[in-house]
Every structure is written in structure tokens, then in C-alpha cells.
Design a protein around this ligand. Structure first.
Ligand code: ZN
Length: 445
């Protein structure tokens, strides 16, 4: 990848990633005052736009007594109730800005770590800024555009439907960023294929699902495999990175840098090789924290996307928890704000009878959810060594065809390796801790 390839991709896709990348890079080197002035201006512009053009926020501001025109300090944002996943489920059509309704918007959905599907929209500006923030975030680990990488990602639907497209294959070639399907890694032969591919292609880095890469590292270790040309980095994302996983990956592959975002708001925070903490990409997102929930200092995250005017997300409570960096923290030349840890996305893995692993969020990925109507919530319950219960809470829009879609996708994914029963239930209980659990393993209780 280089700047010319980004420009080419921008022209082909009608985006302006390069423009945002230059802007974010400049702000990363600017004084704290200048960077803050940019953020405040952006926030003010977004809030005024919400008040004028977004029915959902117009109502909400009136109800809570917030006035966008009188906005002068980030503290005033606290008047606005956080945007919840429930809000996105029930009111997403009122969140589309009136002056963007006739424009081309891309539709997205996410199951996230909460098992509660949500729907959102983005215009090309939001997508471009998200990508630019991502490139800047990756560079904090020492990653450079000239490096060649392998992306370990995807459920069967993404792999079969998206990766085969000419545009996707062309992009992989232009960016020198190849792809490997994460969901196939529980199969021993594919682990060997992945190892062979990395040796053959001489990648500089790999990135992708934390659990898939961890599983691969365990395989390398137990088979005494190593790389004659070591990788420079491993970039993990989408699932919580535990210390034991970081250690296992670093022992056999390369230093790990974790990255954090969600599909509704891309590119939120990235681990930095200089200070060892996560930096929030401040010019792109405004991050706030709720009250401390436990003795570790975990807090709810409220994230505002400063670049999505088509579908504004103000103070979005996405269900993740984080520990902000406060008190005694190492110096860093980069002034962007910092996080100590992302702690909300527990690994939602199920062990199969043949020793393989099933990553539930990667199966119920956005591609499957986009095809199914009326699914409100899901939970996977392992009731015995050989049996899963897939519990679904549905609404009136859910049809027998939707059930067939889930049934056939599950059949393809599990491929007879574990039994399953799909059940429609009235509701799914919240755990004792108050947090929704996507996966319940009854065999361990
Ligand atoms: Zn740093």
C-alpha cells in the first residue's frame, strides 16, 4: 500500500480517505490546543446538524433541555442521554439525517458482543474518515504502508460473497494485503495451510480476529513450527485480548498490538509502541466514560463519531468497557488521549468435541444478520459436550425463510461437528453481573 494506491482506490470508490489521512496526520503532530479546537468545532457542527436535521435528536434535545447553539463545553454533552443499542433497533430510521436521505448511503448491521443486532448507515465521508483513522492507528505500532500483510478474518458468508468479487481481489493486490478465512482455522489442515502461506508469501505482518490468531499460535507451539523470516507485528482486533493470549502469540510469532473499534464506529483506539497504551484517534471520535463499575476501574464507553453526519451517533453506548489512562502513565510524544485497557469483549468461544473452536460473534457476523429480518437477540448455550442450543428472540417480521437462512448457514459452519437445536424463546435472561452473555457454557457450571 502507498499513497498512490489509496488515491486510486478513492477514485474508484468515490471516497476521500487520503484527504482525511492528511488531516489526521497533521493533527497528530499539532499542539494540544489546536487539536482540541478542531474537535470542539467538529462537535459543535455535528450537534447543530443533529438539532436541525435529525428528528431523533431534535426530540431528544428538547426532552433533555440541551441546546446545540449554546454548546460551549464537552461537559454539556452529559445532558444528552447515551445512544443505546435499543435506540438503534427501534429508531434507526429517525436517525438518518433528513438532508442525507436522497444520497447514497451504505447500510450496515452488527451483532457485536451483545447478541443484539443493530442497524446503521454511513455515507462515503464517514467511511473514508474511518479508514483514514484506521491507517493512522495502525501506524502507532510502527506499521508502514509499504509492508505486506495477511488479514485473518471472516465468516463463511463474507468469504463466499465478498472476497470473491473482482473489486475485493483487486484491492487485496493493490494494497498487498491478502486474506485468509478465520472460520476455517479450527480445522487442522487449514492451520498448516496458513503456516505454509505465511512462509511462502513472506508477510511483514498478520492482523485479524484475536482468537483465531491465538489458536494459530497454539498450533505453531505444539507442532514446534517457526518462521525462517520472522513477522514484524501481529495486529489483533474484534475480540478481547487477554494477557495469556498476548504472551502465547508473542512467544511464537511477533510483538502484538491490539486495535479497537466497532463496526458502527470504526477505528476508535490503537495500541502505541512508544508508550504501551491505547491512543484514542481524537480527531475522529470523541470518547467519554461512565462511572467506574468495579475495583479495576472498568467503565462504560460512550463514543461519538465526529465524521458520520448521515447517521449521527452521539454518545453511543456500544456495550464495551474500558479503563481510561489516569494518574501515573508513561510519557508519549503523541498527545491523543489514552486508554489502559479494553475489557468488555469477553472471548465468546465454544470448544467443539473434536477440539476445534467456534467463535460465536464471527459466525453471527454482519453478513448473516443483514439477510435475516426480525431477529432481536440471540444466545448460544452449550448444554452438553455434543449439543448447542441456539436461542433466538424474534419479532413479528421474522419468517420461516429467515429460520431457513440461519439453519443452512449453521449447517455449513458446524458441518456435523456438534449437534444443535434452534429455539425461539420469549426472552434471554441477563447474567447475575448484569451483563448480557452471548455464550453460556452449561458444561462448565
Ligand atoms: Zn503512545
Amino acid at each position: 500500500m502507498n499513497r498512490i494506491s489509496i488515491l486510486l482506490s478513492d477514485i474508484i470508490r468515490g471516497q476521500n480517505t487520503l484527504h482525511y489521512l492528511r488531516k489526521f496526520e497533521r493533527l497528530s503532530g499539532a499542539s494540544h490546543e489546536e487539536a482540541e479546537a478542531y474537535r470542539m468545532e467538529r462537535l459543535r457542527e455535528l450537534l447543530v446538524h443533529c438539532e436541525r436535521n435529525v428528528p431523533f435528536y431534535n426530540n431528544r434535545f428538547r426532552e433533555c433541555g440541551f441546546s446545540a447553539r449554546e454548546f460551549s463545553s464537552p461537559d454539556q454533552l452529559k445532558m444528552i442521554p447515551p445512544l443505546t443499542r435499543q435506540d438503534l433497533q427501534d429508531h434507526w430510521h429517525e436517525i438518518v439525517a433528513a438532508n442525507y436521505r436522497d444520497r447514497k448511503l451504505s447500510a450496515g448491521s452488527s451483532g457485536g458482543s451483545t447478541g443484539q443486532p443493530v442497524f446503521y448507515r454511513k455515507d462515503s465521508r464517514a467511511t473514508s474518515a474511518g479508514q483514514a483513522a484506521h491507517l493512522l492507528g495502525w501506524s502507532l505500532s510502527g506499521w508502514k504502508m509499504s509492508m505486506k500483510g495477511l488479514h485473518i478474518w471472516g465468516n463463511p458468508t463474507t468469504v463466499n460473497e465478498e472476497w470473491g468479487r473482482i473489486s475485493s481481489r483487486l484491492k487485496a493486490r493493490i494494497y498487498r494485503h491478502h486474506k485468509f478465512p478465520a472460520y476455517t482455522l479450527h480445522d487442522g489442515s487449514r492451520l498448516r495451510d496458513l503456516y505454509d502461506m505465511i512462509c511462502r508469501e513472506r508477510y511483514d505482518f498478520i492482523d485479524g480476529y484475536t482468537n483465531a490468531i491465538y489458536h494459530f499460535a497454539e498450533y505453531l507451539k505444539s507442532n514446534n513450527l517457526s518462521f525462517s523470516r520472522p513477522l514484524k507485528y501481529v495486529l489483533t482486533t474484534a475480540e478481547n485480548l487477554h494477557d495469556f493470549q498476548r504472551k502465547a502469540i508473542e512467544d511464537v510469532i511477533a510483538p502484538v498490538y491490539d486495535t479497537y473499534g466497532c463496526s458502527e464506529i470504526n477505528s476508535i483506539a490503537y495500541e502505541c509502541c512508544k508508550c504501551g497504551l491505547y491512543h484514542v484517534i481524537d480527531p475522529h471520535v470523541f470518547v467519554e466514560y461512565g462511572e467506574a463499575l468495579d475495583e479495576f476501574g472498568n467503565r462504560e464507553l460512550y463514543v461519538t463519531d465526529l465524521d458520520n453526519f448521515a447517521f449521527p451517533m452521539l454518545r453511543y453506548r456500544n456495550g464495551d468497557l474500558a479503563i481510561p489512562a489516569e494518574g501515573d502513565v508513561p510519557d508519549c510524544p503523541l498527545s491523543f488521549s489514552r486508554l489502559k485497557a479494553i475489557s468488555g469483549r469477553e472471548t465468546d468461544m465454544i470448544t467443539l468435541p473434536d477440539g476445534g473452536m467456534l467463535s460465536v460473534p464471527s459466525f453471527f457476523g454482519s453478513m448473516l444478520l443483514k439477510k435475516v429480518n426480525g431477529l432481536k437477540q440471540y444466545q448460544v448455550e452449550k448444554v452438553s459436550e455434543n449439543m448447542l442450543h441456539i436461542n433466538l428472540v424474534t419479532n413479528e417480521r421474522f419468517t420461516p425463510a429467515d429460520l431457513d437462512t440461519i439453519e443452512s448457514a449453521l449447517g455449513e459452519y458446524l458441518n456435523g461437528r456438534i449437534g444443535y437445536l434452534i429455539r425461539t424463546v420469549d426472552s434471554i435472561d441477563i447474567s447475575k453481573s448484569g451483563k448480557f452473555r452471548l455464550v453460556i457454557d452449561r458444561t462448565r457450571q
